[in-house]
Ligand binder design. Structure first.
Ligand SMILES: Cc1cc2nc3c(=O)[nH]c(=O)nc-3n(C[C@H](O)[C@H](O)[C@H](O)COP(=O)(O)O)c2cc1C
Length: 296
């Protein structure tokens, strides 16, 4: 990974996660609950689906899988008729809208999400530029644009839905997101779209210290199972967002594949919760995590 052109932020993130080990606090431990309450709504697990797109069986089944597991869903780019199917599943969905160059297209998608019962909306601001800073970034047939701060403010203010900025990746971004009224941020480098990105979870402690409980903190990127999820939650995330590990189970087993994968991961998460004396997600003590220098 020394060649800058081949820098891979998922590999960097994996290296970081794999260097963290967990101490055990079993004496007096109790069986934990994985339930979390986000903006007044209860979920069975803090593991949520990441905003994917272009899934062959369609995004509706992906969201339905999350719903079947009692999980929050986020979904990515799709046309409005497909989004209507996603929202009709009754899943709790955060619709991540692209930073289209066409501002009216964004506002119209926000209105659509609101009218069709979305849990929240967001924007993957990190996808407004390509890895090579191509000012004419395109996603499929659509032109993207780096939104101005004024525009971001306008999007947040245009809706009563909680707004999430995806791609925020610093204390500075977190403070800005809070200032302009976001409900939360999804710390992400969009599957290595940003090269040499700091592992999103490596920032959680600093961001939590900076914003307290004012923002919902979600992190993604290379998280593969419930043991990883435990580490990310211990570092300060409210929710852990996972994408690629659901693709194969979804392709093979549809809704059931997503449900089962989330449930298996949740069991893994609880296996570490019970062994660290964490009775619920909020009580996971960050000091159970140690950086293992010998694994680096
Ligand atoms: C096939 C695929 C499609 C994606 N589409 C979107 C999208 O439309 N919107 C978005 O915000 N992120 C999209 N992402 C990025 C994911 O939301 C997530 O940030 C990334 O995959 C890292 O998480 P993971 O390692 O758990 O997959 C996509 C990722 C993949 C692999």
């Amino acid at each position: 990974m020394s060649d800058n052109k081949n820098a891979n932020s998922i590999q960097i993130a994996r290296k970081y996660l794999d260097s963290l080990v967990v101490e055990g606090r079993i004496l007096g431990a109790v069986h934990p609950t994985s339930q979390v309450t986000i903006l007044g709504k209860e979920f069975e697990t803090p593991i949520m689906t990441a905003a994917l797109s272009h899934l062959k069986p369609g995004l509706a089944g992906y969201a339905e899988g999350a719903k079947a597991a009692g999980a929050l869903a986020s979904v990515g780019m799709c046309e409005e008729p497909e989004m209507a199917q996603v929202l009709a599943t009754g899943a709790s969905v955060i619709e991540i809208i692209k930073p289209y160059a066409d501002k009216e297209a964004i506002l119209s998608r926000i209105r659509f999400a609101e009218a069709n019962g979305a849990f929240g909306v967001g924007m993957d601001v990190e996808h407004s530029v390509n890895s090579d800073d191509d000012a004419d970034s395109m996603v499929g047939p659509y032109a993207m644009k780096l939104p101005t701060l004024e525009e971001l403010k306008e999007y947040v203010a245009s809706t009563n839905l909680p707004f999430f900025f995806k791609g925020a990746l610093s204390v500075q971004d977190a403070l800005t997101a809070r200032e302009i009224g976001a409900a939360g941020i999804i710390l992400s480098h969009h599957n290595s779209l940003m090269k040499w990105a700091i592992p999103p979870y490596a920032l959680l402690k600093d961001i939590r210290a900076a914003v307290g409980d004012d923002l919902i903190l979600i992190a993604d990127g290379g998280i593969e199972d419930g043991f990883d999820a435990f580490k990310v939650l211990a570092l300060g995330a409210d929710l852990v967002s996972i994408g690629k590990p659901f693709i194969a189970p979804y392709n093979t087993d549809g809704v059931e594949g997503v449900r089962q994968t989330i449930e298996t991961m949740t069991k893994e998460l609880k296996a570490l919760m019970v062994r660290t004396g964490s009775k619920d997600v909020k009580s996971i003590d960050p000091s159970v995590i140690h950086e293992a220098w010998w694994l680096k």
